[in-house]
Ligand binder design. Structure first.
Ligand code: PEP
Length: 251
């Protein structure tokens, strides 16, 4: 995993267990000859256990899209770290902008989740990113630092290297408008300034087969977090191939 490119698919609130099963079965078979790309599939809770048996190869991991920080108790509607681990989940998306802005998750709550995930042996995919008005007001660096430092301050370098950081500008998520290479580089530079050169950073926000090759070649991008384009087998497969070919060319 250390040097491989990574594609994390965020299915959000899409696909029944049976739809997930059919998709993953097909994708797993195709992935066998692409060992240089790591895929993390973040499925809805109801699909996790149902598809868990497919995730037994080195480069194909199961992820969840959220979790609670407590281990059990009176938290109606929530999911604990142990419940995820029992479904063979290795990764968990935390701090996604939809959680921050639709469900009102605070930096404090997200930090508690990240700390808990690491303590329990789950690997966070920590998402951060600025809103359009924050970028327009010249506050991008301030906003990103404010989201990143509560997390980075709590871990040592080796813990930070076990997680993934996903730069996802809010204005690029699901809009068809991807960030420009220099905007991505600037954000990735901020992470490495705080967390060290060796952390792994994904870009997320309207990645498609049409822009994947350009975006994977941006310096410092270790892979993608893909939402909409991960829902169709054909489009995620094209993105995987773009990333794989870029990887082969750079070797
Ligand atoms: C996401 O939800 O993390 C995401 C990047 O979505 P999309 O690819 O659809 O912009």
């Amino acid at each position: 995993m250390r040097n491989n490119h990574i594609i994390a698919a965020n299915w959000k609130m899409n696909k029944t267990p049976q739809e997930s099963y059919n998709f993953v079965k097909n994708l797993r078979d195709k992935l066998l000859d692409k060992p240089d790309v790591n895929i993390i599939l973040c499925a809805p809770y109801t699909s996790l256990f149902y598809i868990s048996s497919f995730f037994n190869s080195e480069n194909f991991d199961l992820g969840a899209q959220n979790m609670h920080w407590a281990s059990e108790g009176a938290y109606t509607g929530e999911i604990s770290p142990d419940m995820l681990l029992a479904s063979s989940v290795k990764w968990v998306i935390l701090g996604h902008s939809e959680r921050r802005h639709i469900f009102g998750e605070t930096i404090d709550e997200i930090t508690k989740k990240v700390v808990r995930a690491v303590r329990e042996g789950l690997r966070p995919i920590f998402c951060f990113g600025e809103k359009l008005e924050e970028r327009r007001e010249g506050k991008t660096k301030e906003v990103l630092s404010g989201q990143l430092s509560p997390i980075i301050d709590r871990f040592n370098e080796s813990d930070l290297q076990e997680m993934l950081f996903a730069y996802e500008p809010v204005w690029a998520i699901g809009t068809g408008l991807n960030a420009e290479p220099d905007q991505i580089q600037e954000a990735h530079h901020i992470v490495r300034e705080f967390a060290g050169e060796n952390v792994r950073i994904l870009y997320g926000g309207s990645v498609t087969p049409a822009n994947a090759t350009e975006l994977i070649n941006v310096e410092g991008v270790d892979g993608f977090l893909v939402g909409g384009a991960s829902l169709e087998l054909e489009s995620i497969w094209k993105i995987i191939n773009c990333v794989y070919n870029a990887r082969i060319r750079s070797n």
